[in-house]
Ligand binder design. Structure first.
Ligand code: PGA
Length: 256
């Protein structure tokens, strides 16, 4: 089946009102050139409302994190999925390696956040990926199976009909060291196989994004891999020209 490319910008903890306006203004001006793909921006949560007002027609809004709770209450500093949906978010990133490594989010927490996102009508973008040590020790697939399996176990395969999975090798994030297209394709095929083993249709239709030092000059070779359906872009999503060039690569490969 043909899966529509999703090019998602994870701004991380970057931006300011003027810088966002400039970046989003440029993206909104150009987005019509990429009708065959979905463009997504994920700014810090405090900027979601203003960013939502500056999107072009082909652009969607996503958050970078959400609470694992499904009801409002006494959870100081947390943001409920329903609040993100109210601001126009359609997607939310869960289980990013920075959250796992720096904020102690374990597989069970990530699974609860995935479920909380869906309970609010948001599409979770579940990030999975191995560290360099894990890859060099030959355990990359074990890690991917464990991280994906935790969510499959908690939420069931049916939940993946409304989810995106991002393969982000930790050693490639923000390092300038990208997975080769062969490495990306192998990991994506493995992840798709894990899903397909439980439900062939969902395995076939779930979009799998690659993330980790995607840039204008390597996007095309990564996006042309059969099981790579888009990118989760960090650093390069903060520069309009770079992000748009990645969108152009996806559009050129798109059959839509
Ligand atoms: P990067 O980040 O593109 O800066 O490597 C990707 C990510 O962390 O989602």
């Amino acid at each position: 089946m043909s899966r529509r490319y999703l090019i998602a910008g994870n701004w991380k903890m970057n931006g300011s009102l003027p810088a966002n306006a400039e970046l989003l203004g440029e993206l909104a001006l150009q987005q019509e050139r990429y009708p065959g793909i979905d463009m997504l921006v994920c700014p810090p949560s405090v900027y979601l409302e203003s960013a939502g007002r500056q999107l072009g027609g082909n652009m969607q809004l996503g958050a970078q994190n959400l609470s694992d709770q499904t009801k409002a209450g006494a959870f100081t500093g947390e943001v409920l999925g329903a609040m993100l949906a109210e601001l126009g978010c359609r997607y939310v990133i869960v289980g990013h390696s920075e959250r796992r490594a720096l904020y102690g989010e374990d597989d069970a927490t990530v699974a609860r956040k995935f479920a909380a996102a869906q309970a609010a009508g948001l599409v979770p973008i579940l990030c999975v990926g191995e560290t360099l040590d894990e890859r060099e020790g030959g355990g990359a697939e074990t890690v991917l199976a464990r991280q994906l399996g935790a969510v499959l176990g908690a939420c069931g395969i049916g939940a993946f009909a409304r989810a995106v999975v991002a393969y982000e090798p930790v050693w490639a994030i923000g390092t300038g060291r990208t997975a080769t297209p062969e490495q990306a394709q192998a990991a994506h095929a493995f992840l798709r196989g894990q899903l397909a083993a439980q439900d062939a249709k969902i395995g076939d239709s779930t979009r799998l994004l690659y993330g980790g030092s995607v840039k204008a000059d390597n996007a095309s070779s990564l996006l042309s891999c059969g099981d790579v359906d888009g990118g989760l872009i960090g650093g390069a999503s903060l520069k309009a020209a770079e992000f748009l060039a990645i969108c152009a690569s996806a559009q050129a490969l798109s059959t839509n």
